[in-house]
Write a protein that binds this ligand. Structure first.
Ligand code: RB5
Length: 155
């Protein structure tokens, strides 16, 4: 079973717990990076841990939740090798993996309910990257942009 890293801030805590329970019942190997309550905290602290874990390939996929899903998406995409997307529909969650090799799904705990979240999570974890040439070509262009930015920073 796939290893999946989870993280949330206070706005995403309850939905993260629900997603964790769902994935655990399905038999996935889930690693929870927090937060562990609804006490106010900062989403970059948790998004960063999940993004590093996925970038290091310790987990195959990640799921991040904040109030809107926006903050964790912005944060995770700062980490090299991360393709994180905010998806509140099953089509995007599935196609984001098939076409774009999305490796972190982001959700808004104050936007969607737990039942829709389960469907979206199912679409995400069950999808497989198509590995088609045209999709690899596009993803390689994203990677090239990432590497260009790194090179600029180093000069
Ligand atoms: C926290 O109040 C909220 O700003 C956060 O959960 C998230 O929505 C940020 O994008």
């Amino acid at each position: 079973m796939k290893k999946i890293a989870l993280g949330a801030d206070h706005g995403g805590y309850l939905l993260k717990e629900s997603v964790k329970n769902h994935l655990t019942c399905l038999g996935y190997d889930v690693q929870d990076f927090g937060t562990d309550s609804e006490k106010s905290c900062d989403y970059p602290d948790f998004a960063k841990l999940v993004a590093y874990n996925v970038s290091d390939k310790a987990s195959e996929l990640g799921i991040l939740v904040c109030g809107s899903g926006v903050g964790v998406t912005i944060t995770a995409n700062k980490v090299i090798g991360i393709r994180a997307c905010l998806c509140h529909d099953t089509f995007s969650a599935r196609q984001g993996v098939e076409d774009d090799n999305m490796n972190i799904l982001c959700l808004g705990g104050r936007v969607i309910g737990s039942e829709l979240a389960k469907d979206i999570v199912n679409a995400f974890v069950n999808a497989k990257f198509s590995n088609l040439d045209r999709h690899n070509r596009r993803i390689n262009k994203i990677t090239a942009l990432e590497n260009t930015n790194l090179a600029i920073k180093e000069t």
